[in-house]
Every structure is written in C-alpha cells, then in structure tokens.
Design a protein around this ligand. Structure first.
Ligand code: TXA
Ligand code: MG
Length: 325
C-alpha cells in the first residue's frame, strides 16, 4: 500500500461529498462514486464518456452488506462469495428495491463485488456504503493498472486518486450471473470457469443471452494504435511484411526481439498467464505511446489460464479495426 493517510482521508471526504475518486483494486483501478448518490453516479458516466444504460459494479466491504443491494442471494452465489470474496469476482444478482437505476442501467439486476485490495477494503469500511466503480478508463479504452494511468485517462474529473500501487491481477474481475436459477459466466477473469465450476458444478452457459455487459461490446479494451494478434509462427514474417510497407511497428511477444529487428518498439512479455495478465494493460499503454502504425501482439498459448487474456486481446484488436487505425 502506498497511499498516504492524508490521501485516504481526502478520498473518503470526496466520496461523501459526491465527488469521484480513483480507487485501487486488485484487478484494475476503479472510478469510484457513492453508489447511493445519483448525482455522483451520473458524474461517473460523464467522466468516462460511457452510455448511461451500461450498469456499474457496486463494491462492498463485506458479504453481510449484500442484502442491502440484492433481493435474492441464491445458494450458488453465496457459495461463490464464501470461496472467492474478498477477491476478483463480481456477482450479478436480482437488485434490491431502492438500488438506483443510474447504477443498474435500468436493469432489474445489480453487480456486486468485495475487492481484496487492502486500501479498497479500508476505504469501503470507513465509508460504510457501496462504491459504484467501473474501470477508470475512458469508454472503450484500456483499463488502468497504476494510479498514474487514471490521471492520464481522466485528469481533473477525479478529485483524488488513491495510490494503491500496481494492480496485482491486472485484468478486470470475473463476472458470474446468478439470476433465475441459472449460473452464467458473463466475463472471464483470473478466477476461471473451472474455478467457478469447482464450487457450483457445471455452468448453465455464458453471457451471450444476457443483457448488457459493456465488457462484451466487441470494441473494448483498445489502445489507439491498431492492434493485430499474430500466431507465434507467423510473427517474424508479418513484421518483415509490414516493414516492407514502411509501417512503424510496436510488438508485444513472449520472446525477445530477434537480432537486427529494425525500428520497432518491443516488449518481452512474461511466460506465465498470471504475469502476462498482470503486465498486459501497462504494456499496451507503453507501446501505444510509441505512436506506431501497428501494434503486433504474439498470440499467447491457449488453455484455461489464458482465457481472460485472449478475451481482452480479441477485443483490443476488434476495437482498432472498428476505428480504422
Ligand atoms: O475488476 C473489475 O470488475 C473492475 C474493478 C474496478 O472492480 N471494474 C470493472 O468495471 O471492470 P466496468 O464497469 O469496467 O465493467 C463492469 C462490467 C461491465 O461489463 C458491466 O456491464 C457489467 O460489469 N455489469 C454491471 N452490472 C451488470 C448487470 N446488472 N448485469 C450484467 N452485467 C453487469
Ligand atoms: Mg471497463
């Protein structure tokens, strides 16, 4: 924890005054607001440039607060909360009466999470209420994993950014929907489908038939530079081909740059999935800042541990295509 006591008090005061804060969590930094204050929640959407009907996650200090926010807490959801809270798991449950439509995007469900970052937990305990917090990036962009990223993304729209250091997970939480007797994986994350099934048995499906998970919009998590995911065996030839076209390249790969690779920014990514996920957004940000014409990412391996990484990479590439370059 690197946040100072003064910063902590300032963040608490800002929340109480209906201002926005940068909230460190173990996944990514959140853009936090008092979840019971409609004006504060509206500021979140304005700062992010996010459509008003995209719901927010409400962060809680403790599982005992769930009944204030959810009208049902099914046994499967309780079992998941017992196993993975505090931690990088979000549960979508039927909402309680009185939960703001600004938070739920007008839906009859609410997303809840007890984060494990010690500063987030300390702030939630001191605040007492729920903190609505999407990732603290502008809509459609790469999520921040360091306090400085939040400032880069949102500037003065945030009253205080509580510096909790580098986010441990680096990818957004796993989202599981527990509604109408079904258990659905809505967004993959560090906690995998197998981890969920180990607690609740086989899942009923994934999120395609469920309303509005903006993370599921195809063009999410995008740097400004066009991203292309390339199979490992094709990387060298693709680099050569694009360089013949005169393009300036930035590369993220799980190996170092071959000797003589000209004029490319190159980041060597970690070998294992957890470290790769931890570094991914910061690396994309660094490479994006090179103002290359193309950002090539060597496709990582497949398998359960890599599902969330592939999900975010696929969306990054889709986002850039949508925008041209
Ligand atoms: O790790 C995380 O989850 C981070 C940190 C800050 O907690 N937050 C985050 O928030 O990633 P955001 O807003 O970027 O993504 C939240 C996701 C969105 O895809 C949203 O649609 C989904 O949660 N969500 C929220 N409420 C929902 C609901 N009622 N039904 C389905 N999806 C919901
Ligand atoms: Mg987000």
């Amino acid at each position: 924890m690197s946040g100072s006591a003064a910063e902590f008090e300032a963040a608490l005061a800002a929340l109480r005054a209906g201002e926005l804060i940068g909230l460190p969590t173990e996944t990514v930094y959140g853009l936090g607001a008092d979840a019971a204050n409609p004006d504060a929640v509206r500021k979140v959407f304005a700062a992010k440039g996010r459509p008003a009907d995209h719901p927010l996650i409400v962060h809680l200090a403790d599982v005992s607060q769930v009944p204030q926010w959810a009208s049902e807490f099914p046994p499967a959801a309780q079992a998941l909360a017992r196993r993975y809270w505090p931690g990088p798991l979000t549960l979508v449950l039927p909402k309680a009466a009185g939960v703001l439509a600004e938070v739920t995007g007008g839906q009859d469900t609410v997303a809840l999470r007890v984060p494990s970052h010690p500063l987030a937990l300390a702030l939630l305990r001191a605040f007492g209420g729920g903190i609505a917090a999407p990732s603290a990036n502008r809509y459609g962009r790469v999520s921040p994993t360091r306090a400085a990223h939040v400032r880069e993304e949102l500037g003065d729209a945030v009253a205080v950014v509580l510096d909790g250091g580098d986010c441990e997970v680096g990818l957004e939480s796993t989202i599981v929907g527990c509604v109408d007797g079904r258990v659905l994986l809505l967004r993959p994350g560090r906690i995998t489908r197998q981890d969920i099934e180990a607690v609740v048995g086989p899942l009923t499906g994934s999120g395609v038939d469920v309303p509005r998970v903006p993370g599921s919009v195809k063009s999410h998590y995008s740097p400004r530079t066009a991203v292309e995911v390339v199979e490992p065996g094709d990387l060298d030839s693709r680099i050569a081909q694009l360089q013949r076209q005169g393009l300036k390249l930035a590369v993220l790969a799980r190996r170092s740059a071959p000797a003589g690779t000209p004029a490319v920014a190159w980041i060597t990514a970690p070998q294992d999935a957890a470290s790769f996920g931890h570094d991914l957004y910061a690396s994309l940000r660094t490479l994006d800042a090179q103002r290359a014409d193309r950002l090539l990412v060597e496709a990582p391996p497949h398998g359960e541990a890599w599902v969330a990484v592939h999900d975010r990479l696929t969306r990054s590439a889709a986002g850039s295509d949508d925008e041209g370059t």
